[in-house]
Each structure stands twice: as structure tokens, then as C-alpha cells.
Design a protein around this ligand. Structure first.
Ligand code: GAR
Length: 196
């Protein structure tokens, strides 16, 4: 069965693009029912539209986060998704989101080898890795659930060496290439499990 999934984004959308490309190339038996963004004008929305994927914006400010995320979860359920992928979604999910979503599983991509460097976003993760003197970093896809962020069963990890002379941008670029592979691998695995 082709797995229907929704993708939550906030920015660039390169991980979304990796899923779109893998589906188009026949490497992933999935279908994107909806791309939801926490920000109007996120480049990820444009990436989705180019692939004729439906999009919605549920803009999140601190005052409206609970309402926006409830509406977002309702839209995801209505789209028929059987999996939710957090691909650079930059807000903590509130209880209402999980209540509305029910039993639909959620996975998240994070740019470090969790549990190391959890609780941070984007470039801050790579800056923290470099400050720590760690010799390696990487990408993690894990199940997401109510409670602590960047927690939950690890599905796929891909490792990256931290090289002498790396700055955050250089490390981020090398990790991002592995994120794309890790995410497609994890979604593919869940799609095969859903098919049996
Ligand atoms: C990715 O590097 C993703 O791992 C990170 O945001 C970036 C989104 O890029 N997510 C987190 O840091 C979550 N804590 P993208 O929009 O190009 O996919």
C-alpha cells in the first residue's frame, strides 16, 4: 500500500524535497497528502507546490500556538495521512496537536546523533557540536511523542565526521546530505511495515 503522509515544515524544505524526489523516482512508496507550514512564505511551501502537493499554513505565534496546532492536526487527519513527518518544523507541539492526531505516528528529523545535542534547532545544533569538541555528528530520525522534545525511539542514524577546520555551515551541509538519506530510509521502512 502506498503510505499517505503529511509533512510539517517551517523553512527551507530540503528534507521535504528529499521525500518528494524519492517518491518521484520510485524509490519510496508513499504519497504526500499535505504539507503544513508554521510560517507563511516558507520556501518549503513553494517546493511542495512545484510538486503539486497540497499546502496549508497554520501560522504559529506564542499566543496562538495551541489553536494553530489543533487546526493543523485536524487538517492532517482530514487529508488521510497515516504518518506525520516533522521536517524542520521549528515549534514545540502542544497537547491539542497530539489529542487531535490520535494514533497517527509522528517522526522527526534532527541534525545530530541523538540523544546528544537534543533540544536545539538548526545551526545552533552544529555550533554546540563544534564547541563541545566532538569528533563526530550526524543525523537522527526518531519517533516523536508528547513529552520531552527530541526523545522517542530512534529509527535511523547516519554518522558524519567532524573535520578539522569545520565551521557550523560546513558541518551542517555534510550532515544535511545524510539527513536526506536517513529520512527517506526511515519513511521507506515505515511504508513497508504499513504494507504488511
Ligand atoms: C534540518 O537540518 C533539520 O534537521 C532541522 O532543521 C533543518 C530543516 O531543514 N531540524 C531541527 O533542528 C529540529 N530540532 P530543511 O527545511 O531544509 O529540511
Amino acid at each position: 500500500m502506498t503510505l499517505p503522509l503529511a509533512v510539517c515544515v517551517s523553512g527551507r524544505g530540503s528534507n521535504l524535497g528529499a521525500i518528494i524526489d524519492a517518491i518521484a523516482a520510485g524509490r519510496l512508496d508513499a504519497r504526500i497528502t499535505l504539507v503544513v507550514s508554521s510560517r507563511a512564505g516558507a520556501p518549503a511551501l513553494e517546493r511542495a507546490s512545484r510538486a503539486s502537493v497540497p499546502t496549508a499554513v497554520h501560522a504559529v505565534t506564542n499566543a496562538t500556538r495551541a489553536d494553530a496546532q489543533r487546526a493543523m492536526a485536524r487538517a492532517i487527519v482530514a487529508s488521510g495521512a497515516r504518518l506525520v513527518v516533522l521536517a524542520g518544523y521549528d515549534r514545540i507541539l502542544t497537547d491539542g496537536f497530539w489529542d487531535e492526531l490520535g494514533a497517527i505516528p509522528v517522526i522527526n528529523i534532527h541534525p545530530s546523533l541523538l540523544p546528544a545535542f537534543g533540544g536545539l534547532n538548526g545551526m545552533r545544533v552544529h555550533e554546540a557540536v563544534l564547541r563541545s569538541g566532538a569528533r563526530e555528528s550526524g543525523a537522527t530520525v526518531h519517533r516523536a511523542q508528547p513529552g520531552p522534545v527530541d526523545d522517542g525511539e530512534i529509527l535511523v542514524q547516519r554518522r558524519v565526521a567532524v573535520l578539522p577546520g569545520d565551521d557550523a555551515e560546513a558541518l551542517a551541509a555534510r550532515v544535511l546530505a545524510e539527513e536526506h538519506l536517513a529520512l527517506v530510509e526511515a519513511v521507506g521502512r515505515l511504508a513497508r511495515q504499513a504494507a504488511v
